[in-house]
Design a protein around this ligand. Structure first.
Ligand code: NDP
Length: 338
């Protein structure tokens, strides 16, 4: 299948790209600059231009950002949309987080409808943030049928809220678009909670690491020694399982019109510390211990339930254990430690 993958320079997209190529799909990926295209090409030396090509989309907030990108020869049959800001280096939450997420998603769906009639399936990387509604009682079990009902006022009140809102508003806008416009393609969304895993995308140094893996970096390399960070969202998924889930949602007819909460289960930052302690004796010195570990613990009163059964039943995803994820992540970061 000929696939358009947006945001190819990202942490998750790099794994999706590898999963696509491995399963025999040919890929065009959008990146913001020629330099980013070259970095990806360099890390895939044996892959021909026919199977891996690039198109420059400098800013997904622009209304016509994807109009050219969706046109390809041979034409696209599928699209996977990962590009969306996930960082907190923001001056203006609307301009920096909400606009690119929402305009990017709707702009892409419009461009595909108008200019890529051969596309049959679009998969969007949404988030657990579009599902988890923290106003619910802690005894609640979230499924793919739930929505985070955040308001615009809540959204713009701080960058973390704005990020969570960017995911729920953009995913809602996608489903609304499909319902209203009835395009030639069907939509599926993948909703991951915290994503961890080995870094295969290009990074300059550990300061340029993607947001979710920063936590493993900080714990592994001494920054959290005096105080383990709060866990926040006590659900996780390995980036490799998540990548495969995207490709399966793209391939499987039965995924049409579905949202998929993808997670093997609960975890806490304390579990991350434990995994590193056991596998990397040389890093023990820098790990939080005793009282410093307490903020990272799983809440004694428990945390929300989750149901990711549909991801296993419909997509056939299987999930790696946390320990394997932590070991592979730390090993991928070690070469960057100065
Ligand atoms: P990354 O920051 O590594 O990837 C984000 C990608 O989006 C990059 O390719 C980035 O390009 C691109 N992008 C961001 N803003 C713009 C913009 N304004 N114009 C063009 N491109 C842009 O993060 P992840 O890989 O973690 O995130 C990928 C997706 O997964 C996002 O949609 C995110 O919301 C979602 N997600 C991630 C989770 C996680 O824990 N990691 C959890 C749930 C959802 P560039 O590299 O050039 O900046």
């Amino acid at each position: 299948t000929r696939t358009l993958l947006t945001g190819g320079s990202g942490f998750i997209a790099a794994h999706i790209l590898d999963a696509l190529l491995k399963r025999g799909h040919s890929v065009v990926t959008t990146v913001r600059s020629r330099q980013k295209a070259e970095q990806i090409a360099t890390s895939h030396p044996g892959v021909s231009k026919k199977n891996l090509d690039f198109v420059i989309v400098p800013d997904i907030s622009a209304p016509d950002a994807f109009d050219q990108a969706v046109i390809s020869d041979p034409p696209f049959e599928t699209v996977i949309h990962t590009a969306s800001p996930f960082h907190f280096r923001v001056d203006d939450v609307k301009k920096d987080l909400l606009d690119p997420a929402i305009n990017g998603t709707v702009g892409l769906l419009k461009a595909v409808r108008n200019h890529a009639p051969s596309v049959k399936r679009v998969v969007v990387t949404s988030s657990g943030a579009a599902i988890l509604d923290f106003s619910k009682p802690q005894t609640y079990t979230f499924t793919d049928a739930d929505w985070n009902n955040m308001t615009w006022e809540e959204a713009i009140s701080n960058p973390l809220n704005a990020y969570r809102a960017s995911k729920v508003f953009s995913e809602k806008a996608a489903w609304d678009f499909v319902e209203r416009e009835k395009p030639q393609y069907s939509l599926a969304s993948i909703n991951p909670p915290m994503v961890y895993g080995p870094v295969v995308h290009y990074i300059n140094d550990l300061d340029g690491l993607n947001t979710s893996n920063e936590r493993i970096r900080d714990i592994a390399f001494g920054k959290a020694k005096d105080g383990c960070p709060l866990t926040g969202v006590f659900l996780w998924v390995d980036v490799r399982d998540l990548a495969l889930a995207h490709v399966l949602a793209m391939e499987k007819p039965e995924a049409a019109g579905q949202r998929f909460l993808v997670s093997p289960g609960h975890y806490s930052n304390k579990d991350i510390v434990k995994g590193i302690w056991e596998a990397f004796p040389e890093l023990r010195e820098g790990l939080p211990m005793g009282d410093a570990l307490t903020p990272g613990a799983f809440p004694p009163e428990g945390w929300y339930g989750y149901d990711s059964t549909k991801s296993k039943k419909v997509l056939g995803v299987t999930y790696r254990p946390l320990k394997e994820c932590i070991i592979d992540t730390v090993n991928s970061l070690k070469p960057f430690v100065k």
